[in-house]
Design a protein around this ligand. Structure first.
Ligand SMILES: C[S@@+](CC[C@H](N)C(=O)[O-])C[C@H]1O[C@@H](n2cnc3c(N)ncnc32)[C@H](O)[C@@H]1O
Length: 216
């Protein structure tokens, strides 16, 4: 039998997951832990314009909403954005705006940001160097980039049928981030996801990389 080709998890996949996303306590705790680490690493303030890229249901930026100015929540999945919009309305939040956006195919927003944060999304974006350059161009000089994602793994996190990056080697991602025009790259482990495998349980660490845009 010919092995099936791995496929990307597209917007339709995330649409189908959106309604149940916040029911997962691991996803909720992961968002809280990443937010806590962002809060410690970046001097947040109410004048800061932020972009949460690949926001999903907003599990990263809802915990930070009272410490930031305007927050643009961008995702390519309409289903995720519907859930975000409902949460914003239910909580009466006035500084969060959901937008359907895939920075690899859509025109970038006209505004510039003081902070771009992205959680568990980079491994879904095929061209890492390209998205890093786009993040660079969307940030104000001195602006902060916060990327949370999986450390390099063997592909077992998603399984062989899924076409994603198998996490990231920290040193290599740091070099690529520097090449895209950033400095002050710092890495820390912020969370660990445990999955049960045939061979026993397996931990997949999640890092947070913080960096600053240099130059004008
Ligand atoms: C694993 S989920 C993480 C969601 C959320 N950040 C969290 O931590 O719960 C990845 C998210 O990235 C979005 N995504 C994947 N590729 C994207 C792209 N090219 N542009 C924008 N969003 C994308 C998906 O729709 C999904 O909501």
């Amino acid at each position: 039998m010919t092995p099936t080709q791995p496929t990307r998890l597209d917007a339709a996949h995330f649409d189908s997951k959106a309604r149940q996303w916040d029911d997962n306590p691991v996803f909720r705790e992961r968002g809280l832990k990443i937010a806590e680490a962002v809060r410690k690493a970046v001097p947040l303030h109410r004048q800061m314009n932020a972009l949460d890229y690949g926001c999903g249901t907003g599990l990263l930026s809802f915990p930070l909403k009272d410490e930031l100015g305007a927050i643009l929540l961008a995702d390519s999945s309409r289903g995720m954005l519907e859930v975000v919009a409902e949460k914003i309305a239910a909580q009466g939040v006035n500084n969060m705006t959901p937008v359907k956006l895939d920075l690899l195919s859509d025109p970038p927003p006209a505004q510039r940001f003081d902070l771009i944060a992205t959680a568990m999304t980079l491994h879904h974006v095929p061209d890492t160097n390209h998205i890093l350059r786009i993040f660079h161009d969307l940030l104000q000089p001195g602006g902060y980039l916060c990327i949370a994602d999986l450390d390099r793994e063997d592909g077992s996190f998603h399984g062989p049928e899924v076409d994603v990056h198998h996490g990231f080697d920290r040193a290599e991602l740091g070099r690529r981030t520097e090449q895209a025009g950033f400095a002050d790259m710092q890495f820390q482990t912020v969370f660990s996801i445990t999955k049960e495998r045939e061979s026993g349980s397996r931990d997949y660490p999640v890092f947070l990389m913080t960096a600053r845009r240099v130059g004008a």
